[in-house]
Structures are given as structure tokens and as C-alpha cells.
Design a protein around this ligand. Structure first.
Ligand SMILES: CC(C)(COP(=O)(O)OP(=O)(O)OC[C@H]1O[C@@H](n2cnc3c(N)ncnc32)[C@H](O)[C@@H]1OP(=O)(O)O)[C@@H](O)C(=O)NCCC(=O)NCCS
Length: 334
């Protein structure tokens, strides 16, 4: 009797299909669900996302005891010229085909957002461009470029192995806008041999490295580090070694080649907490604005919704410091 009363009280508070924080026991089912939906081995591709240490950042909706919707989130810090921005990388978002269109995706995303704000995260970086994300307030950020590289003056490169990881990490640390990476975690990602769900190879010279994937018949350098001329020569070194005729370098806004062209980012982004964002990047804005300008900016921000503020800092070009420079995904793609 008591059991029945408590049970009915509980189900009024938490409807069975409300999103909840995932548990360690959900990991195999989440890998199975997302692997079925994305038709690839998601556990193999994303060892950090689907790890027991990260499971408390994942949201699921369960039906009959098993996850039918999931939103993957991996917290990651970004260096914006040394200022630390807390991001939540969102990926592996899926609903089992039998349960789609019930708002489970939107509800799970909203719960991830709430949880992330409590953890001090300010920006969601989402690997997808669906209506689900537009309705959530995410936008396709500006400030990303590509550059076609043809054969020419090249440096000697070799294919990098795990032994080269410290040098790769060291070169990557020289970038002024980048993800902070823990070497042992990076080792696990590198060992998958995949970046952005595709087979990846890294080629390293004395002064630079490039990481290449094939996508729709073209070769894309989805991560690189080193100074600009050394990166281009390493890219040509890769062309020489592989016999390929051309490749495309995917760039953030700080690679100032004249021949670069604008390109889309592989996903969408949303500032989920204006307060967290301005706390974390106040130093950045104070480097590009006077005190008076920063106070006016903060005042303006206080009257905005997160979706409006997102557009201001990721799309506007007539505000100092905007669009804010952010790194390409590279090995951090989720
Ligand atoms: C995207 C996805 C996670 C949405 O899950 P959901 O639980 O149905 O989410 P909601 O009900 O909150 O969202 C409605 C979305 O589902 C679509 N939808 C509604 N009913 C549907 C149905 N019966 N079957 C398929 N899709 C349906 C809506 O058109 C809307 O799509 P949009 O985001 O392109 O606008 C789910 O469709 C899915 O797993 N798709 C395949 C994987 C994928 O594309 N993931 C996103 C990474 S880019």
C-alpha cells in the first residue's frame, strides 16, 4: 500500500520519459544506440565521451529501462589567447527511430544545458546543424576558413606515431586559440586512429604537423600546428609522400593567408550562460576594449537572452572582440 502511494507520488514528480543523468550501466546501451543511429563504432571513435569518468555529463531518456535518447557532453577548456573558456562539446545526440518526434531530444538538450551551467560551462559546441539546435538558440559561428594546398616547396615529413605525441602536443601548445589537452587523454584519442569519425593520419616535420582525413574524395587537414609557412610546407610534404594532388587546410581565423576562403564550421554553438562567459573572458575583452567600453558591453549583455548574446559574440563583426576566435575541432571533435 505504502509502496503504491510513494510510487504514484514519485511518478508525478519525475515522468518516466523525463531526461536524467546517465549511469555507468547505461554506457554499453548508449554506445549501441548511437552506433546504430550513426552507423559507426561510436565507442571506438570517442573513448573519452563514453568513459565512466564522463558519464555524469551525459543525459538520457529511458523507456522500459533502456536509453532511447541520449545527449553526449564532454567538458573541455579552450584557450582564447590564454584566457580559459569552459566549453561543453555536444555530440552523439540521437533518439531511437521508434521514439522520435516526442520532444525527447529537445528535453535532453535542455537538461544538458542546465547541468552544464551549474558546472560553470559557458559555451556549447555542437557537432550538428539540425533544426533541434536552431530552436535551442545555437548558430553557425563565423570566422572559419579553408585554404587549398597544391604541390610546391615542401618539408620532409613522416607519418607520426604515438612516440611523436609529446612533440605534437608541444607544437599544438604554441597555438594562441586551442583546446587544453591532457596528454594521457590525448593519447587515448590519438590511438583510435580517427578524427571526426574518419580514419586519420598525422604527418610531422621538424617544425609542424598536419592531420589528414578523407571526406567525399578530398583530403582535409583538420588539425595542424606550427607557424603558417611551416604548416603549408608540411602539407606539401604530405602531398609528396602520399602522391595526392591537393589537400584543403581547415583554418581558424588566426591563420592569415591571403588565399584563404570562408568556410562553414562543422556544427553550431550557443553561449549557454552569459554570466559564466563574461566571468571567463573578461580578461580577453579587457585586452581589446577600454574599461568604459567593457562596462557598456556588460550592461548591454545583461539585457539580452543567451540566444541574442550568442549572435552578438559569434556573428557580429562591428563589436570589438567579435566574432570571438575559436579553435577548429581537430582531435577534439565529438
Ligand atoms: C535529431 C534527433 C536526435 C531528434 O530527436 P527527437 O527525440 O525526435 O527530438 P525532438 O522530438 O525534440 O526533435 C524533433 C526533430 O525530430 C524530427 N521528427 C519529428 N518527428 C519525427 C519522426 N517521427 N521521425 C523522425 N524524425 C522526427 C523533427 O523534424 C525535428 O527535426 P529537426 O531537428 O531537423 O528540426 C533524432 O531525429 C535523431 O536521432 N536523428 C538521427 C541522428 C542525428 O541526426 N543526430 C543529430 C546530430 S547532427
Amino acid at each position: 500500500m505504502w509502496f503504491l502511494i510513494i510510487d504514484s507520488m514519485l511518478s508525478e514528480v519525475i515522468a518516466l520519459s523525463d531526461p536524467v543523468v546517465a549511469r555507468k550501466e547505461d554506457i554499453p546501451a548508449m554506445i549501441k544506440l548511437s552506433s546504430q543511429v550513426f552507423k559507426t563504432d561510436m565507442g571506438g571513435c570517442f573513448p573519452l565521451l563514453f568513459s565512466p569518468e564522463n558519464v555524469e555529463n551525459m543525459t538520457v531518456v529511458r523507456e522500459a529501462g533502456r536509453p532511447v535518447t541520449m545527449v553526449g557532453m564532454l567538458p573541455k577548456e579552450i584557450s582564447v589567447f590564454g584566457h580559459r573558456l569552459k566549453a561543453g562539446l555536444i555530440g552523439a545526440v540521437c533518439t531511437h527511430p521508434d521514439y522520435r518526434g516526442r520532444d525527447y531530444g529537445a528535453k535532453a538538450l535542455a537538461m544538458s544545458e542546465k547541468m552544464a551551467i551549474e558546472k560553470g560551462i559557458s559555451l556549447f559546441i555542437i557537432s550538428g546543424k539540425r533544426g533541434l539546435y536552431n530552436r535551442f538558440g545555437a548558430v553557425e559561428p563565423d570566422g572559419f576558413y579553408k585554404l587549398k594546398v597544391l604541390p610546391g616547396k615542401a618539408s620532409r615529413v613522416k607519418e607520426a606515431s604515438e612516440e611523436d605525441l609529446s612533440k605534437i602536443a608541444w607544437l599544438y601548445m604554441g597555438r594562441s586559440v586551442r583546446y587544453f589537452r591532457d596528454l594521457s587523454q590525448f593519447r587515448r584519442v590519438f590511438a583510435t586512429g580517427r578524427v571526426m569519425v574518419r580514419a586519420a593520419k598525422t604527418f610531422i616535420s621538424d617544425k609542424a604537423y598536419v592531420t589528414v582525413i578523407k571526406f567525399r574524395g578530398s583530403n582535409y587537414i583538420v588539425e595542424h600546428a606550427g607557424c603558417e609557412s611551416d604548416v603549408i610546407e608540411a602539407a606539401r610534404g604530405y602531398l609528396q609522400l602520399s602522391g595526392e594532388k591537393e589537400c584543403v587546410l581547415v583554418l581558424d581565423g588566426l591563420f592569415l593567408s591571403q588565399e584563404r576562403e570562408k568556410t562553414d564550421f562543422e556544427g553550431t554553438m550557443k553561449v549557454i550562460s552569459i554570466e559564466n562567459f563574461l566571468d571567463q573572458l573578461e580578461g580577453y575583452y579587457r585586452e581589446v576594449m577600454t574599461d568604459g567600453e567593457f562596462e557598456a558591453f556588460r550592461e548591454k549583455a545583461s539585457k539580452m537572452t543567451p540566444a541574442e548574446f550568442t549572435r552578438l559574440v559569434l556573428l557580429e563583426s562591428n563589436i570589438k572582440g567579435s566574432p570571438i576566435p575559436l579553435p577548429v575541432y581537430g582531435f577534439d571533435y565529438i
